[in-house]
Design a protein around this ligand. Structure first.
Ligand code: DP6
Length: 415
């Protein structure tokens, strides 16, 4: 009789945003970068991927579902991750259910994978980072691989570079490494999420009509054509990495903000230095930068840092809750929603910041005096789709509650 059991594991992995950017590969297949990078992990309560992986002798091929829709696993990046993790599989023994899988069985057994993002994939918020990190982490647990999270990060890296930084919470550094096989190109924790828990992160999801150049294509073109990138990777980033680690360890917000903004701006400068030039930020992005710069200047000391990835969305890191509340007041003043949107669907995530800001209703925003640091304070209704309030968060975890699994324990198909 054919065996019918299904064994599964569910994991949750955060997304991350770089404060010193990764941009440019020295090896496209292994995904080896031209410089180190540092990121902050975002609270999975607001932005994360949940992935269930299952194995059963009844599965006839590897299959994957993303947000409920079946997708192909034939791409090189998926294949590389699956191959690398299978190579590290170990014996699994489940006495209770009488399941025995030996190390060599894993070569023949097929897996089912179901993955779900708790935020809109289309918003362009690094869904591939959380996705590949979660895939690798969950498969490692299913297959009883003994590698630590740093070693696993070197596998997730082969799915998407930024994914390697999602294997830890807090602040994370991706060491570019120097070996040709990429074995030392992996992520390490700088500090955990409790180290600097004053920080509040507000993401402005900026409305955009155009389809942006993918990171993969964009960075390839930059490597091929930008001399500024070579200067950045060789001369600028190595010094910045040391200063950034120092700023994080000392919770030195002024230095942190200065480095974060400068590095985001330099990343967008190398995009502009690419032939043909790549534009990721739009007018709204530029207005958000100007709002942050003017406020920081008027306060005499930085209250907020900004950073932008390969798209127009702004990630704003406020020094503490008080600064975040004031920032949110300003953002809602400059970027009010379209009239058909209510506050509850305009500010997502940790809504307690709204309370701190004294905002219960969008009408409250109208009652504030316009921010004094900008003259004539123009307003840009509808230019931001919504805001997400969050904070630095933890790394990957296993979810043991079977009700959170995305695959059925009987069939191994999506629930
Ligand atoms: C601008 O990790 O998405 O977000 O390695 O080709 O999959 P691939 O690219 P990806 O690039 C991320 C670029 C960035 C900066 C960063 O996250 O460091």
């Amino acid at each position: 009789m054919a065996e019918t059991w299904v064994r599964m594991v569910t994991a949750q992995t955060p997304t991350n945003i770089a404060v010193i950017k990764y941009w440019g590969k020295r090896d496209e297949t292994l995904i080896l970068p031209v410089n180190d990078s540092i990121s902050v992990t975002l609270d999975p309560a607001h932005l994360c991927t949940t992935t269930t992986v299952a194995v059963s002798p009844s599965f006839v091929q590897d299959r994957m579902w993303l947000n409920g829709k079946e997708i192909s696993l034939s791409g090189g990046r998926y294949q590389n991750c699956l191959r690398e993790i299978r190579a590290r599989a170990c014996d699994v023994e489940d006495k209770e259910r009488g399941i025995n899988i030996s190390k060599k069985d894993w070569e023949k057994l097929h897996v089912h994978i179901a993955s779900y993002n708790n935020f809109p994939t289309a918003a362009g918020l690094a869904s591939s980072a959380a996705g590949f990190a979660c895939l690798v982490f969950a498969l490692a647990k299913l297959m009883n691989a003994k590698e630590d999270n740093s070693k696993l990060s070197a596998i997730a890296r082969q799915g998407s570079g930024s994914a390697c930084r999602s294997l830890f919470g807090g602040f994370v550094k991706w060491n570019m490494g120097k070996f040709e096989d990429g074995s030392d190109s992996l992520a390490v924790e700088v500090v955990d999420e409790k180290h600097w828990d004053d920080l509040v992160i507000i993401i402005a999801v900026v409305s955009s009509r155009q389809k942006e150049t993918s990171s993969t294509t964009g960075m390839r073109e930059t490597v091929e054509t930008s001399l500024l990138l070579q200067h950045r990777a060789k001369e600028i980033v190595p010094k910045r990495i040391i200063q950034m680690e120092e700023a994080i360890k000392n919770r030195d917000f002024a230095s942190f903000a200065h480095l974060t903004c400068a590095d985001s701006n330099q990343f967008h400068a190398v995009c502009l230095d690419t032939c043909p030039p790549i534009f990721y930020m739009n007018d709204t992005s530029h207005r958000i930068i100007s709002c942050a710069e003017k406020w920081n200047r008027s306060e005499g000391t930085p209250q907020v840092a900004y950073t932008f990835d390969a798209g127009p969305n702004a990630v704003l890191i406020a020094r503490n809750r008080q600064a975040a509340a004031r920032l949110l007041q300003k953002l809602l003043f400059y970027f009010p929603p379209n009239s058909d949107t209510d506050l509850n669907s305009y500010v997502l995530g940790d809504k307690s910041i709204l309370k701190d800001a004294g905002i219960e209703d969008l009408k409250d925003v109208e009652a504030f005096p316009p921010p004094s640091e900008i003259k004539d304070a123009p307003r840009y209704k509808g230019d931001v789709s919504y805001f997400i309030c969050t904070r630095p968060g933890r790394g990957p975890v296993l979810l043991s509650d079977e009700s959170q699994a995305l695959l059925s324990p009987e069939t191994g198909l999506p629930k």
